[in-house]
Design a protein around this ligand. Sequence first.
Ligand SMILES: Cc1cc2nc3c(=O)[nH]c(=O)nc-3n(C[C@H](O)[C@H](O)[C@H](O)COP(=O)(O)OP(=O)(O)OC[C@H]3O[C@@H](n4cnc5c(N)ncnc54)[C@H](O)[C@@H]3O)c2cc1C
Ligand code: SF4
Length: 477
Amino acid sequence: MAKQPMLKFVSVERDMPEKRPPDLRRTDFQEIYAEYADAKAKEQSSRCSQCGVPYCQSHCPLHNNIPDWLRLTAEGRLQEAYEVSQATNTFPEICGRICPQDRLCEGNCVIEQSGHGTVTIGSVEKYITDTAWENGWVQPITPKAERTESVGIIGAGPGGLAAADVLRRAGVQVTIYDRYDRAGGLLTYGIPGFKLEKDVVMRRNDQLAEGGVTFELNCDVGRDISFADIRAKHDAVIIATGVYKTREIQAPGVGGLGVERAIDFLTASNRKSFGDTVEEFESGRLNAEGKRVVVIGGGDTAMDCVRTSIRQGATSVKCLYRRDRTNMPGSQREVANAEEEGVIFEWLSAPKGFVGDPVTGVMVQKMRLGAPDATGRQAPEVIEGADYIEEADLVITALGFEPEDLPTLWNEPDLPVNRWGTVKADYITGATALDGVYAVGDIVRGASLVVWAIKDGRDCAEAILARLGDAAAIAAE
Ligand SMILES: Cc1cc2nc3c(=O)[nH]c(=O)nc-3n(C[C@H](O)[C@H](O)[C@H](O)COP(=O)(O)OP(=O)(O)OC[C@H]3O[C@@H](n4cnc5c(N)ncnc54)[C@H](O)[C@@H]3O)c2cc1C
Ligand code: SF4
């Protein structure tokens, strides 16, 4: 009988792919984890306990068939593992790199709960699809038959791209409109290369274009083309525009030179990685080199800003957050990576204002955690008399994002939005109250995760296909 390749978690220890040493990664924007060697991927996959009720799968937003592709990988059946993995996930190699696995699949792995250390699900998922790309198993879409119906998608982030992939496979004509010059949304211009190298995103954009998806780039809907025109051109429209309005700090000195927004800083840095000329970077405004940098915020965007500043050659990088380490929203894994690279965290510290224009410092208030608020989180309270000035030449604010006012920008007052400005849409199909108009990703959920945008895009595309199918059936009667 063949030897059982699985359930090795008792004898085989958890082992992540090798992490590049901090001194090396401080100097470039390459990803920090190496790829698994084939034998290591097999070995780590064999640790899976093949549970009858896989909690990893139920806590993955895409309900990926994780135990199945782990078993196929352990058995060396990589092409089949790839087929199973890509059946539920449009971009497995991207999720494998940037999902917060500790909060999703890996955080719910049963062997983690039993103290043996989780199966390294994300790293194996990345390995399977990177291998598929290397071996030419990932091919452009070739629909069995072309259909005449067309769908216009506004926004080329993961939500829009995932919807485009499903629709195109069914032969639907798809046009994606995006105001940027490259597709990918925050995968391209938000998330830094040390988490997600840009060629990983670009090859997906190319794959979609080769499969017949039309990209209308440098096209800002509401300015270069009206929303009404897009609706008139297509049988259905998907809004996948993400959230880009920065949540501003209300404090004296905001707006002065050197107090900059996270999205501007990260976009400029990512553009430089593509080799673009970026005026605000060349002028020094959005370049951390030789500067004392202070980043304000405790989420993943703040973590990306501190680590980008280190790589640009800042003389010091500090992160101010008003709660403590345990109560921060960002991933603990990213904080650890940042600390290894030389970032200093000032917990329980909030900005009161900014000194100088150009900025020379941040007025910092020290905080303590008080009684829990309505959400159950301990509310930060000011410690009177403990203020100080933190010297800085560049301050980056990373307090989160809000939706733009789409009904006004697009002159479409009937587009339903809730009081936060996100588009009201059915949580499964993405359908809005406007006939033929759907919405997916961050513009519906508020700032969220790539994997949720992919899930929304796929579900919405399926709903549109069902609707187009029904319409075709009625027309044929
Ligand atoms: C700095 C940063 C780091 C992050 N890190 C992670 C991470 O590690 N892991 C993770 O899972 N998630 C991360 N996220 C969140 C994740 O990137 C988003 O949840 C995800 O990209 C949302 O996808 P989307 O398709 O809804 O929108 P987006 O990716 O924002 O794409 C929207 C697209 O719409 C376009 N657009 C907007 N308005 C218009 C218009 N009027 N006309 C034409 N085009 C328009 C934009 O140009 C953009 O290309 C991060 C976010 C940020 C900001
Ligand atoms: S998509 Fe994300 S949550 Fe799902 S298995 Fe992959 S890494 Fe885990």
